[in-house]
Design a protein around this ligand. Structure first.
Ligand SMILES: Nc1ncnc2c1ncn2[C@@H]1O[C@H](COP(=O)(O)OP(=O)(O)OP(=O)(O)O)[C@@H](O)[C@H]1O
Ligand SMILES: [Mg+2]
Length: 295
């Protein structure tokens, strides 16, 4: 199980987050971004955070450390915001904490270079867990001490919302056209060659064992939390070997893919610098598969 700590102080809400995560201090003197069991998104969001966050770390990706946080709602008594009060009241017991990265910045594609190797690893990982929440509109990436960090894995593994159809759902392709790192010529084939063999039953057993029982209990169709853990592991194991063949890196959708201002491209040359293509990312890339793009 995740290391367990106890919240000692509710500091402030993080209003950028749809689920209204909050910054809390805990009895281990740590500061955490806390995601609440009582949030409208439900406890499966927290399960997804644990499975993906721990798996990502085991694969060498940068994901802030996760803990389970015991919350006594009384610590929020002086919080003036009614919405926060309600959330705390509905979240007594175990919640999720992610190590707070002080001074981190939201990822800005105009200001940060990503190598094709790193972009490939992130896109492959997101394809594995079917992350639909790392688009250029909402990257859920932070830059901290010059490195890229992955956060917010709540909207992954869509199959856990319908277990009877999980095998079919996990066999589906992954469209990475709108992925925040699609423009950095992600080397998905190399990432798959490096990472897919590391997705073993043993690793997945260890990762799913980190999820607190309380978030798995009572799942319809399963006799106990371990049976649910095995279902998470099965879906990821099935997907790992071949998902790279089913990743699409096409033209991004929508008219407002951010572009650098003219004075910057005049100064730096064509952008993005690593993709080997012109700044008009919607030409030439359409229909490219990850496999094809790396040959
Ligand atoms: N570990 C962290 N360190 C510093 N800041 C963080 C951390 N985790 C999250 N944040 C900040 O809080 C914001 C909201 O976090 P997150 O995206 O995880 O919440 P969410 O409610 O799931 O959001 P969304 O609206 O994307 O569903 C992030 O955009 C980021 O600015
Ligand atoms: Mg987010």
């Amino acid at each position: 199980m995740l290391t367990e700590v106890t919240a000692t102080r509710y500091v402030t809400p993080l209003r950028e987050g749809g689920s209204l995560p909050g910054i809390v201090e805990a009895d281990d003197l740590g500061t955490y971004v806390m995601k609440f069991t009582g949030a409208g998104q439900g406890r499966k969001t927290l399960v997804a955070e644990v499975v993906c966050g721990r798996l990502g770390r085991r694969l060498g990706l940068r994901v802030p450390e996760l803990v389970a946080i015991q919350l006594d709602p009384v610590i929020g008594l002086s919080e003036p915001d009614q919405e926060v009060q309600e959330l705390l009241k509905a979240s007594g017991g175990l919640n999720l904490g992610m190590d707070y990265l002080p001074g981190s910045l939201g990822f800005d594609p105009l200001a940060f270079e990503v190598s094709p190797e790193e972009a490939g690893r992130v896109v492959w990982f997101d394809a594995l867990v079917n992350n639909v929440d790392r688009s250029w509109r909402n990257p859920n990436l932070l830059v901290w001490h010059g490195d890229l960090w992955l956060i917010d894995h709540g909207a992954t593994m869509i199959w856990h919302h319908n277990w009877p159809g999980a095998a079919a759902s996990a066999a589906r392709p992954y469209d990475a056209s709108d992925h925040a790192l699609a423009r950095y010529a992600p080397d998905v084939a190399s990432a798959a060659a490096e990472l897919a063999p590391r997705i073993t039953e043993e690793l997945l057993d260890e990762v799913t064992a980190e999820v607190p029982d309380a978030w798995l209990l009572g799942e319809p169709g399963f006799e106990d939390p371990d049976a649910v853990r095995r279902a998470y592991a099965r879906a990821l194991l099935d997907r790992a070997a071949t998902i790279h063949e089913r990743i699409t890196l096409g033209a991004p959708s929508g008219p407002r893919v951010p572009q650098p201002p003219g004075w910057l491209t005049d100064h730096l040359g064509p952008w993005p610098h690593t993709a080997g293509e012109s700044a008009g990312t919607d030409s030439g890339a359409a229909g490219r598969t990850a496999e094809g793009s790396t040959r």
